[in-house]
Ligand binder design. Structure first.
Ligand code: PLP
Length: 292
């Protein structure tokens, strides 16, 4: 498969970076994952805005303009399409601070390491869409800058492994809200979390504890189109157990129904443990949005 490293195109298995790269030594870098449908980058400008936020937060100068990124990523997608024949891809890009003798403070004057690859997108399978996925809950033990999409992902890796150890698809993280309201949902290890309560889709308000998922605004728009009420407000742990539906969203998983939580079926009545109607409508709307 083709990839891009510091201005050069080369096969992925031949791309190499220095062991003194701060991405390797410190996880000192940021990244983006952008879905590609039919060879077209999906929500490109939104991903670029979030990349700019991450870069600003860690004080790495953006190595490319918006149009520079667009040119680079379009070429990447075209090369991957020629290689795999797949027009549906997940494009990955990362920027690390660069190569320097190991020392914590941010060195100045480094050339950032720029890497990009794209892989065929394996969207959720028909079984996951029909049955939904199982999730577990856990305390959010990650740091307090979840708004930065950083390659320092050990917290996310450890959080996800809790689900993997239980044969579940995702770990839904809970943090003390600090306002005496007990635990509230932050997000999944690599997804945003939604609950359907009283017919409305509820998402978590943006904060330093969560990544501003590109699908948050997208699902809000799709709710608007569908006439589904949608609010961002804290979701209490106890609300997960009474929710009619729980959903997760991310670039790779798009939108998926959570039908088991900590071993218990989600929802009520005939829909207990089954994907619900809000999921079904949002999934259909998502599929239409891909084609726009
Ligand atoms: N939260 C975390 C921690 C993530 O890693 C991701 C990435 O997929 C998301 C949320 C969802 O964001 P997006 O919809 O932009 O993929």
């Amino acid at each position: 498969a083709p990839c891009h490293l510091d201005g050069r195109w080369l096969p992925l298995n031949q791309a190499q970076v220095s062991v003194l790269d701060r991405g390797f030594l410190f996880g000192d870098g940021v990244y983006e994952v952008i879905p590609v449908y039919g060879g077209r980058l999906f929500r490109f400008d939104e991903h670029m805005a979030r990349l700019a936020h991450s870069l600003d937060a860690v004080r790495i100068a953006n190595p490319h303009s918006r149009d520079g990124w667009l040119t680079l990523l379009r070429e990447l997608v075209a090369r991957e399409l020629a290689h795999s024949g797949q027009g549906d891809q997940l494009a990955y890009l990362q920027i690390t601070r660069g190569v320097a003798p190991r020392s914590h403070p941010m060195p100045t004057g480094l050339t950032p390491t720029v890497f990009a690859m794209s892989q065929p997108h394996q969207p959720p399978g028909a079984d996951q869409r029909r049955e939904g996925v199982a999730c577990v809950t856990a305390r959010d033990f990650r740091w307090e800058r979840g708004d930065i999409k950083t390659t320092s992902l050990l917290g996310g890796v450890m959080a996800r492994q809790i689900a993997a150890d239980h044969g579940a698809a995702e770990t839904i993280l809970l943090r003390d809200s600090g306002h005496g309201h007990g635990l509230t949902v932050t997000e999944g290890s690599s997804s945003n979390v939604w609950a359907v309560l009283d017919g409305a889709l509820i998402g978590v308000p943006p904060s330093h504890h969560t990544l501003a998922g590109i699908r948050i605004e997208l699902l809000r728009e799709l709710c608007e189109e569908e006439g589904i009420a949608c609010h961002l407000r804290p979701i209490a742990e106890s609300e997960l157990t009474i929710a009619d539906e729980i959903l997760i969203s991310s670039a790779g998983r798009e939108v998926l129904p959570v039908t088991r939580l900590d071993g218990e079926p989600v929802g009520h009545g005939a829909l207990r443990g089954k994907p619900g109607p809000v999921y079904a409508r949002l999934h259909a709307a998502y599929e239409r949005a891909k084609l726009e």
